[in-house]
Design a protein around this ligand. Structure first.
Ligand SMILES: [Ca+2]
Length: 302
């Protein structure tokens, strides 16, 4: 009897092991391993079908030294200027850098500290006015850029939390930590329209830093290495960019860096810059089409 019990126990353990392994594999199928890339601890945002979505990863072309004390919340190129907005209470700033492309360096030429009860957030330049959000204070700071130095204008009011900001050249486009992006008037920040960002029917929230690139809205998803490329009419995600290798590269210099958060598009030179909070670098990158499960890989320059 004792021998038979031992055999039964052995078979039971074996069955449990087989079921556990099968379940794990089936989970792997539901969350394609190629979305995880080479960072095993990464959480997949996108279980399910991927039909019709383009996936990219990024290839580093250049590392531009960046102040690792800057908790980046907004990034935008404007000609030879790179604007940076930083967050955290007591540390929030607006910083204007002269972008010396020849030497590959950022030269700070102007800094303005926000008040200690402001947590700075995204920024955007529209019609020679720079707009900078605050997280919970409801203030949208404005600066006239037509003079030699940025000249403060009366702030506007934001009725939502301020996260990311960009512009399509007509309206400001703001995120608030939800899955909704609001097109807002540059005159009084009133809402003109909103879109819900969806990946094949699933709302994608925690949208953070934004950038308008070639008629699409690019959005960092907070606490992930992913950037969503969003159709501004429908809110549909049309491409996903996995920046996991940038996070790893930045972390190799400093294990205490925070998340990816900073997209700047130099439209004149068609160059893309990405960074993150407390990162030692602003990266100039191009997109590589991500290897698909079938094993197909093609290179696509943005
Ligand atoms: Ca931006």
């Amino acid at each position: 009897m004792r021998k038979r019990s031992a055999i039964t126990l052995g078979i039971t353990v074996l069955v449990i092991l087989i079921v556990a392994i099968s379940t794990d594999l089936s989970r792997g199928n539901l969350s394609p391993p190629w979305l995880y890339g080479h960072a095993s601890a990464r959480t997949s945002l996108f279980p399910g079908k991927t039909d019709g979505i383009d996936f990219f990863e990024v290839k580093i072309l250049q590392r531009i030294p960046h102040n690792p004390e800057h908790f980046v919340q907004g990034l935008q190129v404007d000609g030879d200027i790179l604007w940076e907005g930083t967050g955290r209470y007591g540390e929030s700033k607006l910083i204007k850098h002269r972008f010396n492309r020849t030497r590959g360096i950022l030269e700070p030429v102007y800094e303005k500290a926000l008040s200690s009860d402001d947590f700075g957030e995204g920024l955007a330049v529209l019609d020679n006015v720079l707009y900078q959000l605050t997280w919970k204070a409801g203030r949208v700071y404005r600066y006239d850029l037509s003079g030699k130095k940025p000249s403060p204008l009366e702030p506007l009011r934001n009725d939502r939390e301020g996260w990311g900001l960009t512009t399509d050249g007509h309206s400001l486009i703001a995120s608030d930590g939800s899955a909704f992006l609001a097109f807002r008037s540059a005159k009084d920040f009133s809402v003109q329209k909103t879109i819900e960002v969806q990946f094949q029917g699933k709302a994608i929230d925690r949208l953070n830093e934004l950038e308008w690139i070639d008629g699409k809205i690019w959005a960092n998803v907070w606490k992930t290495p992913f950037i969503m490329v969003v159709d501004p009419e429908t809110g549909e995600v049309t491409s996903v960019i996995d920046c996991g290798n940038l996070v790893e590269d930045a972390r190799a210099s400093n294990p205490d860096i925070d998340v990816l958060n900073g997209i700047a598009w130099d439209a004149s030179n068609r160059e893309l810059y990405l960074t993150g909070k407390l990162w030692p670098w602003v990266y100039r990158v191009v997109l590589d089409r991500k290897t698909l499960p079938e094993g197909k890989a093609e290179f696509t320059k943005l």
